[in-house]
Design a protein. Structure first.
Length: 121
């Protein structure tokens, strides 16, 4: 099951979204760390339904008195990352915190879930 999870994480990574992630399991809890540098913490929205977890966050480019950038690789706007969940998770007990530009999610698997697979990203 962990091999399947790893393969799906690599296949489904949206490397252009600016919202990269790491997913891993510790005992019966799955952890998903999503890079959201510069996100406005008040704009972070997490929804869980129909076997998927969706994260939305707004990121603005800082206003300054410097001339407009000729090249700007750091995206601004709304970032959206959907993480399909394979298995049964207790999303009512989802724990989320934002630390140093990373949204850290912890989702316990429901007791008695066979295989406790994990995020199928």
């Amino acid at each position: 099951m962990l091999t399947t999870l790893t393969a799906r994480v690599l296949e489904g990574s949206d490397r252009g979204s600016g919202a990269r992630l790491d997913a891993y399991r510790v005992d019966g809890t799955f952890h998903i760390d999503i890079a959201l540098p510069g996100a406005d913490t008040a704009s972070i929205d997490i929804t869980a339904d129909a076997g998927a977890l969706t994260v939305r966050a707004a990121r603005r480019r800082p206003e300054s008195e410097t001339p407009p950038a000729v090249v700007a690789e750091d995206s601004a706007g709304t970032l959206v990352r959907e993480v399909p969940l394979a298995g049964s998770f207790d999303t009512d007990r989802l724990d989320a915190r934002y630390d140093d530009g990373v949204l850290i999610l912890s989702i316990p698997a429901l007791e008695g879930t066979p295989g406790r697979t994990g995020p199928a990203v």
